[in-house]
Design a protein around this ligand. Structure first.
Ligand code: 13P
Length: 334
C-alpha cells in the first residue's frame, strides 16, 4: 500500500468533530429527476449553476468537511473561472468523487442488483486525483423483501466494494464504502436489521480478504429503519438502538468514521435520527452524515432555477448543514 500518510490526513480532515459530508454526486438521470421536480431542465449549464451555488455557500466549510461530486462537476468551473473542486477546497471542504458507474440487474438473480465500474478504475482515479479529488465513493444497493437480497447479491456486491476500496487505497484515495439497504417496500425494521447485519458482515469479510486498511476508509451505511410502506414507522429512539446494535456487531472499531446516507428519510427525520444515535453511549467510531437528499431537498425547493433565489437556497443549505452538524455531536435541539 502506498501513501498511507496522505490517507491518514484525508481521513482526519473528513471526520473532524461537528462536521459531515455533502453528497452532491447525483448521476445524469438522477439530477434530471430532481430538476424535473422543480421545473428546471437538466443542461450542463444548469447543473454547473446549481453545483456552484452549493459549493459557494458562505460558511459551508464550518459544518461540511467533504463533498462528493459527480465526474462532470469535477471538470466544471464557477462563473469567474475557478474550478469547482478548487472552490470546495478554498472553503475547507475536501473534494471527493463518485466512481461507480451505476447499478444494473444481477444476472440470474431476479430483483437483485449489482454495481458496475471496476474496469479501468485505476486510470480513472489517477485522472480524478489530478482534478483535485482526494476520496471516492462506491454505492451498492440491496432490495429488501422476504427473499431479497439473495446470498449471491450480498457476496457479489461485497466483493466489488472491497475491490474498489483496495484500488482506491493503492492510488492514494480514501474509499467511502456505501452498502445501501433500500428503504422501499413494506418490510419491518427487524427485517431491515437482519439484512443490514448480513450485508455488513459480508462487506467486512471481503474488505479483510482484499487487505483493505480499515483505518483508511469510511463506511456509509443506511440506518436500520422499517420499509417506507411498513404499517408502523419507527421513532428516533428505535432507529438509533437498532442501528447501533447492528453496527456494533459488524463494524470493527478500526474504522474511523461512519457517515450515514439519508436514503429517503425526510430532512428532519435524518437529522433527528442522527442526533438520537449520537446521544447513545460513546462509540468507537465518529458517527456523522453524508446526506444527499436530506441536505439538498430544501435547497432545490428554494432555488427552482431562479437566479434571484440563490441566496435563499444557500441559506437553506447552511441551515440543514448546521443542524446536522449539531446532530453529529448529539446536540440538536428541536
Ligand atoms: P441520500 O442521502 O439522498 O440517500 O444520498 C446519499 C448518497 O450519496 C447516495 O449514494
Amino acid at each position: 500500500m502506498t501513501q498511507s500518510h496522505d490517507l491518514s490526513s484525508i481521513i482526519e480532515a473528513l471526520v473532524r468533530p461537528g462536521k459531515g459530508i455533502l453528497a452532491a454526486d447525483e448521476s445524469g438521470p438522477t439530477i434530471a429527476k430532481r430538476f424535473t421536480a422543480i421545473g428546471v431542465e437538466s443542461t450542463p449549464e444548469n447543473r454547473r449553476a446549481y453545483r456552484s451555488l452549493l459549493l459557494s455557500t458562505p460558511g459551508l466549510g464550518e459544518f461540511v468537511s467533504g463533498v462528493i461530486l459527480y465526474e462532470e462537476t469535477l471538470g466544471q468551473c464557477k462563473e469567474d473561472g475557478e474550478p469547482l473542486p478548487a472552490l470546495a477546497a478554498r472553503q475547507g471542504i475536501v473534494p471527493g468523487i463518485k466512481v461507480d458507474t451505476g447499478k444494473g440487474p444481477l444476472a440470474l438473480a431476479p430483483g437483485d442488483e449489482i454495481t458496475q465500474g471496476l474496469d479501468g478504475l485505476p486510470a480513472r482515479l489517477q485522472a480524478y486525483v489530478k482534478l483535485g479529488a482526494r476520496f471516492a465513493k462506491w454505492r451498492a444497493v440491496y432490495n429488501v423483501s422476504d427473499s431479497l437480497p439473495s446470498r449471491a447479491a450480498i457476496e457479489a456486491n461485497a466483493e466489488s466494494l472491497a475491490r474498489y476500496a483496495a484500488i482506491c487505497q493503492t492510488e492514494g484515495v480514501v474509499p467511502i464504502v456505501e452498502p445501501e439497504v433500500l428503504i422501499d417496500g413494506d418490510h419491518s425494521q427487524a427485517r431491515c436489521a437482519a439484512v443490514t447485519q448480513e450485508v455488513l458482515l459480508e462487506v467486512f469479510r471481503a474488505l479483510h480478504r482484499h487487505r483493505v486498511a480499515l483505518e483508511h476508509m469510511l463506511l456509509k451505511p443506511s440506518m436500520v429503519v422499517p420499509g417506507k410502506a411498513h404499517v408502523r414507522p419507527a421513532g428516533p429512539g428505535d432507529v438509533a438502538d437498532e442501528t447501533l446494535r447492528v453496527l456494533r456487531r459488524t463494524v470493527p472499531a478500526a474504522v474511523p468514521g461512519i457517515v450515514f446516507l439519508s436514503g429517503g428519510q425526510s430532512p428532519v427525520e435524518a437529522t433527528v435520527n442522527l442526533d438520537a444515535l449520537n446521544r447513545l453511549a460513546l462509540q468507537p467510531w465518529r458517527l456523522s452524515f453524508s446526506y444527499g437528499r436530506a441536505l439538498q431537498d430544501p435547497v432545490l425547493q428554494a432555488w427552482r432555477g431562479q437566479p434571484d433565489q440563490v441566496q435563499a437556497a444557500q441559506a437553506a443549505l447552511l441551515k440543514r448543514a448546521r443542524l446536522n452538524a449539531l446532530a453529529s455531536l448529539g446536540c440538536y435541539d428541536t
